[in-house]
Design a protein around this ligand. Structure first.
Ligand SMILES: *[C@@H]1O[C@H](CO)[C@@H](O)[C@H](O)[C@H]1NC(C)=O
Length: 227
């Protein structure tokens, strides 16, 4: 064998950041509290959103501090869209600033399915945990989520794609991140929560998403879909 092949392979595998596409059946595992580990998702382009549903499965044993579950930053606002876990257990939706807190069972070591949806005209926000809906709250009425931003898992952005804060990092496992530009029907969310919904989001589709990983994020089979 050409002696350069193993060297080239070694370089490809050990580079700290790399680009790839498609995470179907894969989980991202953020092992330690650091400001280095992140995954940037290359979501579909949109000019602005007046509604969305974002879903994921996550588990984390972090309980002593707040952290980011999904961070979307634009040049105009670092918190254009942010799903934030508070140490008190509340899930906060930021649309540029905090618009709604919802008290939910706190994320723990058991992987759970979480969705958050929002619609601008009414400002109604609902969260879902394992296919069960929260109360409806109202926030961010009349706002839009601007396009051309950066989606990051594992860290909270203080500028698009960077200025991470170690104390806001996610430590745990996250998978099946999907995002739609509309509010999904409750029956679809119930199906999604069972693990094997056939279609991904039209903004973020976990099974085809292009991504860049930085630091030391483990990508492992999630073995979740039984069908
Ligand atoms: C993170 O939190 C620790 C403990 O509260 C603090 O000592 C440290 O300065 C913080 N680091 C940053 C970058 O804010």
């Amino acid at each position: 064998m050409n002696p350069f092949i193993p060297i080239v392979l070694w370089i490809c595998i050990s580079l700290p950041g790399y680009d790839s596409a498609g995470l179907k059946g894969k989980s991202l595992i953020f092992l330690t509290k650091t400001d280095k580990d992140y995954v940037k998702l290359n979501a579909a382009d949109f000019s602005s959103l007046t509604a969305f549903t974002v879903c994921f499965r996550a588990a984390s044993e972090e309980s002593s501090r707040d952290y980011s579950l999904l961070s979307y930053a634009t040049g105009a606002n670092n918190n254009e869209l942010l799903i934030w876990q508070k140490k008190t257990g509340q899930l906060t939706l930021y649309l540029k600033s905090p618009v709604v807190d919802i008290s939910l069972p706190k994320i723990d070591g058991l992987l759970r399915h979480v969705c958050v949806n929002w619609e601008s005209q009414t400002g109604v926000v609902t969260a879902w945990v394992n296919g069960r809906r929260s109360l409806q709250k109202v926030g961010g009425k009349g706002l839009t989520v601007k396009g051309s931003g950066v989606f990051i898992l594992g860290q909270e952005q203080d500028k698009p794609g960077g200025r991470f804060d170690i104390n806001q990092s996610f430590v745990g496992e996250i998978t099946d991140v999907n995002m739609w530009d509309h509010v999904l029907k409750s029956t679809d969310i119930e199906l999604l929560s069972q693990g094997c919904f056939s279609t991904g989001g039209n903004i973020i589709d976990w099974s085809t998403i292009g991504f860049t990983s930085g630091g030391n994020v483990k990508i492992e089979d999630n073995n979740d879909c039984k069908f």
